[in-house]
Structure formats: C-alpha cells, structure tokens
Ligand binder design. Structure first.
Ligand code: SAH
Ligand code: SF4
Length: 449
C-alpha cells in the first residue's frame, strides 16, 4: 500500500517540523519547520503525493516532473504552465525541490579540464563530496558519494583515512546526481554517466545505492550501463548485484594481485581474499555476461612494473575472467599514506604488458582535476583538516523523512579491543596478534555486508 507509506512520509515530515522546534539551537541542522523535499519522492510516490496530499489531478505530477527533471527548474514560481495559485500554495506549504543537502561548503573548478568538485554539508552536518567531469566527446560524468566517510580503511585513500560516519539515504545520493543533472539541463547539456566513486563503499549501503541508481536511470535518464558501481570487493554485494534487475556496470578496485600485498593496503582483503573475490566476479560474469572493470591505482615501485602486470594478468586468466578492462590511474598522494604516484611511462608499460602478453585491455587514466583536490575524500580533508563531524543526534530523523521510513544507520558502537577481537572471531575474520584497534575496527567495518 504505497499511499499508506506516503501518508507516513508526510506524517514524518510534520513530526520532523515539531522535532526541529525542540532541537537545541545549533546542535542539529535539519530543514526549517515545514520544509518538504519533493525531489526525494520517486515517480510513483510523487504521483501519490500530488493526488492524495495536494489534491491535484494526476497529470500535475507529470508536469512537475517535466519541469524538474527535463528542464532542470527547481523554483515553483518558474513552472509557468502550472496554475499560479497552486505554485503559491506549494511554496507556502514549504515544498522544495531538493533539500537533503543543507549547503555547498566548497566548490573548486579545474582550470585545466573543467572538473567541478564540491563539498556539500548534509542536514546533520556530515560533509560529502561530488564531482562533475566534462569530457571533450560530450560525456558529462558525475562522481557521487554513497556514505559520509568510509569504514573500509584502505590506507591510500583520503576517505578511508577519515573513518566511517554514516550511510547516506537514497535521497541524499540521488540529490547529488539530480543537482548536476538540473544544472546541465539549464545550459542545454545532459548528465550522461554516473559513477559511485566518491566517498564511501556503495555495496556496504546496497539498498539505498540501488534505489538511488534506479531513480538516476528512470528520472534522470542515465542509461543503466552508464551507471558504474565501484566496490572495494564486498562479495555479498557482488552476488546481490548479479541478481539485480538494474543492469549497472561493476568496477572492482584491485590495486594488488597477491593477498599479502593487497591486505596490507586494503583490510577488506582479510575478509574476502582474492580467491573469494575473483570467484564471485567469475560467477557474476556467468550470470550477467557483462564486462567488469578493474581499478588499479599505480603506486611507484609497489604495483606499477611489468611483473606486477604479469601477476594481475595471471590472476585474471586463472579465474577465467572473460571480459575485463583495467583502468590504471596514478595514485593521488594523500597525507596519511607514504606511497608515491607512478610515472606515466610506467603506467603505459604496465598497460602494454597486460595487452600484449595477456590480451587484457587496459587504459592509462588521466587524473582529472589535478589542479584541485579532486581525489576521493581530499576536498573534505582539506576543508576539515580531520574527519567529518560525526552524525548529529537526531540525524536518524533526517534519514526517515527523506527515505519514507527507512532510518539511516547510526555510527558503529565504540568497542574495546577485546570486544572487537571477539566480534571478528565470531565472523570468521582473520587478524594478526599485532593488529591494533584502528586496524581491527577497519576490518570489522569492512565486513558490513
Ligand atoms: N569504495 C569504492 C568506491 C569509492 S573509491 C571503491 O573503493 O571502489 C573510488 C576509487 O578511487 C577506487 O578505485 C579507489 O581505490 C580509488 N582511490 C581511492 N583513493 C585513491 C588515491 N589516493 N589514488 C588513486 N585512487 C584512489
Ligand atoms: Fe572506502 Fe573505497 Fe576509500 Fe577504500 S578506496 S576507503 S572502500 S572509499
């Protein structure tokens, strides 16, 4: 009963209004009383809302959608084919297009390639990043976040160095893409691709990510194959994706082709080693017949020579990965990681070895926005100088209102070392005697699917 869910959504909106009034000033930055984001409603929910709650005929929902998603207009006053009284009424009721993003904290535009990098502040104070990359061939690719921070603990990644704050709701994920889409529409362009390569591990927040991806496909018109979900290698999530009806593109961040080296920079490998990961990819390809992309951050002297390429080639061959493409991108140096970026020459010969000796297609990727902080998590690091603020009390409410009842995940509980070890043992995760609390916590959080 969708309308029941919707009534509860509207009810939640009203409840939120009163919750906001009693919140400590400054402690919680939620929408002002009465604000309700119609952008958080999918096609069906919007229709139900317009008919049941706003008492308008069904075609008004279609008109609203055309203004918002086809023309990129978010001001009701400019939706000129809607009756003036209704436009006023919507504004008076506090309806908005978008609203999960509280404000733009920082924007940088690359003079070199036009890449736009933004740090947004969400209603609970969490900071996330979105990037828009324009290409010469006309593609417009949005790179969006699925979590505030990330619990996977990859040592080379600025987001991993911050730790996990919380999952994003599907509306928060969708709004990052729909903002870029509306801005492009207003200048006669269109969003063509979306990649989940911003902050966070998308498969650890599977349901919200897939709900948002469906809306990006359905309402923003981005083809499913042009939506890429990049994962650190969560096997359970890859299995779910293989059975999902939305045929998105899967990218897997590998970076090393042997277990010891990969575990040293990606703690998730202790939970799902290369054997398990490649087996799940093999299975995914058997089911979907789709190409899989592998991401390879080239680190000088660590994984960027011909031997490293051969190790990777042999790994992919041994696991009968059929249709693979390897994207090789020089490491973006980060404050918390000593590794240096590879040279263009090494990246080129790495790619050539894969192609010539193994017939595996590989492309050196240009680091976009290199004159700005366009690496994952780097703008936030530059902004905050530390980890993003933890979710404010009551942020679950913000999750509820935008998700229609699905509460956002709370921060993980603070466990002692003994408790962390006991929990990891229970889940069958391997760890060494010398692993310290941050490493153990990262392993636990890596195991969130
Ligand atoms: N959590 C997902 C998606 C977000 S990270 C994942 O890990 O796949 C997006 C990509 O950026 C991943 O391939 C990740 O390994 C890569 N990345 C992170 N930090 C990087 C850095 N400092 N230099 C180069 N690539 C980096
Ligand atoms: Fe998380 Fe991806 Fe960064 Fe690893 S690389 S810490 S999974 S965002």
């Amino acid at each position: 009963m969708r309308w029941m869910a919707l009534l509860s959504l509207v009810g939640a909106a009203r409840a939120l209004s009163s919750a906001v009034r009693v919140a400590r000033p400054g402690a919680l930055k939620l929408a002002p009383p009465g604000i309700f984001d119609v952008g958080s409603l999918d096609r069906q929910q919007l229709e139900t809302f317009v008919v049941d709650d706003l008492k308008q005929p069904k075609f008004r929902a279609k008109q609203l959608r055309e203004w918002i998603y086809d023309k990129g207009i978010d001001d009701f006053g400019n939706m000129t084919n809607l009756p003036a009284t209704w436009r006023d009424d919507m504004s008076r009721r506090g309806l908005t297009v978008g609203g999960t993003i509280a404000c733009l904290r920082e924007e940088q535009i690359s003079k070199k390639d036009g890449t736009v990098k933004r740090a947004y502040e969400l209603r609970d104070g969490s900071v996330i990043e979105s990037v828009l990359m324009p290409y010469q061939d006309g593609r417009r690719t949005a790179c969006i976040s699925s979590q505030a921070g990330c619990g996977m603990g990859c040592t080379f990644c600025a987001t991993g160095q911050m730790g996990f704050t919380r999952h994003l709701t599907s509306a928060e994920i969708f709004e990052q893409a729909s903002r870029f889409s509306r801005e492009l529409k207003r200048r006669g362009e269109r969003l063509s691709n979306v990649v989940f390569m911003g902050m966070g591990e998308p498969l650890a927040n599977y349901d919200s990510v897939l709900t948002a991806a469906r809306r990006i496909n359905d309402e923003l018109g981005v083809g499913a194959r042009h939506i890429t979900i990049s994962t650190v290698g969560l096997v359970g999530g890859i299995e779910k994706l293989a059975d999902d009806s939305l045929q998105v593109t899967l990218a897997v961040s590998l970076h090393q082709a042997d277990d010891a080296a990969r575990s040293a920079i990606m703690p998730v490998n202790l939970r799902y080693d290369l054997e398990a990961l490649l087996a799940s990819i093999n299975n995914y390809q058997k089911k979907t017949k789709r190409r899989v992309t592998f991401e390879w951050a080239a680190i000088a002297g660590e994984n960027d020579d011909a031997n490293a390429a051969r190790k990777l080639g042999r790994l992919l061959k041994r696991h009968a990965v059929k249709d693979a493409h390897v994207n090789v991108i020089p490491l973006n140096p980060t404050a918390g990681f000593a590794g240096r970026k590879s040279t263009n020459g090494n990246v080129d010969s790495f790619c050539r070895t894969l192609e010539d000796e193994f017939g595996i297609s590989a492309t050196p990727r240009v680091r976009r926005g290199i004159d700005i902080d366009a690496g994952c998590g780097q703008l936030t690091t530059a902004l905050e100088g530390a980890r993003p603020p933890p979710a404010a009390p009551g942020s679950e409410l913000a999750g509820e209102i935008y998700e229609g009842g699905i509460a956002s995940a709370a921060s993980p509980p603070k466990l002692t070392i003994a408790e962390l070890k006991a929990e990891l043992t229970r889940r069958g995760v391997k760890f060494g005697a010398r692993d310290r609390k941050p490493a153990l916590r990262a392993m636990l959080e890596s195991n969130s699917v």
